[in-house]
Design a protein around this ligand. Structure first.
Ligand code: TXE
Length: 472
């Protein structure tokens, strides 16, 4: 089993070997290592390898591919601690809480789920009108493009089902979390056959763009921002490349007047602040009924005050820095604009801008206008706007008025009432009395401009396959 130092040594760039980038710990500003930066030539070579390996991989039986995936999951599990440490240093998320160790555990769970989900041939008709069955064939080479917030787990969401279905993969990780994903792939490739899983660390605007334009890529799995998702749609259109797009969101939560504020406060907190707010389906705007507004804000602030933020490797911390300066600046700008609009700062909102890390304090902003920028734009960080409402129809209208619709939540002590309300909300998932929980068997994806296609479960496997009817 490797140590952290051994794992890091396997993925850092070798001196004098092409372009590189220094990687700094977002919590301390310390240098972690030097990452390789590759270009379009290396991408083409990776696609060559993936194309060469694909027929033999597809020719394996489903059971053989399942066995490979389970072995890959074992390998990740065996390297869990050094992987989590590297992730914590590079991404910034703490080891503990729902963070780095949790993310590596998620990689294992999702790989095993992609291996374990049954996908039998479906008989569509079998009567006097005819016979037809549905098969799910490999597409070929899948291009995967992952972001920096859950860099390992989201890469796994793209890789594992693609491999299960007989495709090979070329993965492009995000620029600022390259080392973590290189390490994950390194560990998986100890057990996978040569050429099946390939990684090209490079910029989105060159390598990512070329991947989405390549006629040799049959399907793109992308998680990232809506503007980049739209670029990918355009770039891939000439080849009619299949796409699964999990794009940004701005998830609403609606708290009904019948809740017990004390009881829901901790779930509200984690719904909004998991991964220090840098989560696609985090609670990003909270609408609370006037009857319980003050109490909900107070209870949420009490929970938030007890959640330590700091350097990820220190055991007590459950919140970390923003992953990069650009994201720190977005959160800072949006909170400053909320403050100058006259909204009430319940806690936080006062970052130390001269620190070496990108820490933004846990921030709750109350009595904010429903159309303030912090409500309308995705903050993707630890700053939650809490909007007061008195008419539930108005709250639903506000929840639905944005162009995005990844997740949403309804908070009530009456489950039937909450389910009725859920049906009126435009989002890919509506949680009741929690927000953001994912399960490898439950499809996940967005409505409206939060993307299209679904990941996980049977639907997720079908999404990385070419449906083929055999009839007669
Ligand atoms: O995203 P990008 P960024 C949101 C969040 C954040 C904003 C911008 O609000 O503030 O997006 O983040 C690659 N062709 N989310 O700039 O650019 C890029 O290299 C192909 C929500 O980091 O979408 C990276 O690997 N690929 C989101 C990946 O796309 C391209 C998670 C994502 O980067 C490309 C992250 C191109 N033209 C940010 N340009 C979520 N849904 O969870 C970039 N990339």
């Amino acid at each position: 089993m490797s140590t952290y130092e051994q794992l890091l040594a396997q993925v850092v760039a070798t001196a004098g070997e092409g372009e590189t980038r220094e990687v700094f710990d977002p919590a301390t500003g310390d240098l972690i290592g030097i990452a390789p930066v590759q270009g379009v030539a290396e991408l083409e070579a990776a696609i060559d390898r993936a194309e060469a390996a694909q027929p033999a991989w597809a020719a394996l039986s489903d059971d053989e591919r399942i066995a490979y995936l389970n072995r890959a999951a074992d390998a990740i599990e065996a390297a869990a601690e050094p992987l989590a440490e590297l992730l914590s240093r590079e991404q910034g998320k703490p080891l503990n809480g729902p963070n780095a160790r949790f993310e590596v555990g998620g990689c294992v769970a999702w790989t095993r789920a992609a291996a374990g989900t049954p996908l039998p041939v479906e008989v569509l008709i079998d009567d006097e009108s005819g016979y037809a069955e549905m098969h799910y064939r490999p597409i070929g080479v899948v291009g995967a493009i992952s972001p920096w917030n859950w860099p390992m787990m989201i890469s796994i969401w793209q890789i594992a089902p693609s491999l299960r279905m007989g495709n090979t993969v070329v993965l492009k990780p995000a620029e600022t979390t390259t080392l973590s994903v290189l390490a994950l792939v390194k560990v998986m490739n100890e057990v996978l056959p040569e050429g099946v899983l390939n990684i090209v660390p490079g910029p989105g605007r060159t390598v990512g763009d070329a991947l989405t334009r390549s006629p040799r890529i049959g399907k793109i799995m992308f998680t990232g921002s809506t503007p980049t998702g739209k670029r990918i749609i355009e770039a891939s259109a000439p080849n009619v490349t299949r796409l699964t797009l999990e794009l940004g969101g701005n998830d609403a939560g609606i708290v009904l007047p019948d809740v017990d504020p004390k009881e829901i406060a901790e779930n509200l907190f984690w719904g909004a602040f998991i991964n220090t707010g840098q989560t696609c389906a985090a609670l990003k705007r909270l609408y609370v009924h006037d009857d319980v507004y003050d109490e909900v804000v107070e209870e949420l602030a009490k929970v938030a005050a007890n959640m330590p933020m700091g350097v990820g490797l220190e055991d007590q911390n459950v919140l970390g820095p923003l992953q990069n300066k650009a994201q720190f600046d977005i959160v800072d700008r949006l909170v400053e604009s909320a403050k100058s609009s006259g909204a009430r700062v319940v806690m936080g909102g006062d970052p130390d801008r001269d620190q070496p890390g990108y820490f933004y304090p846990t921030t709750l902003i109350a009595d904010i206008d429903a159309h303030q920028d912090l409500v309308l734009e995705e903050q993707f960080g630890p700053a939650l706007p809490i909007i007061r409402y008195s008419d539930v129809d108005e709250a639903v209208k506000l929840a639905n008025e944005l162009e995005v619709g990844l997740g949403a939540s309804v908070w009530s002590s009456d489950r039937d009432k909450a389910r009725e309300l859920a049906a009126r909300i435009q989002a890919g998932t509506v949680w009741i009395n929690s927000h953001g929980g994912l399960h490898p068997m439950v499809p996940f994806g967005g409505a409206k401009q939060s993307g299209y296609g679904r990941e996980f479960g049977t639907l997720g496997l079908k999404a990385v396959a070419e449906p083929q009817v055999v009839s007669g």
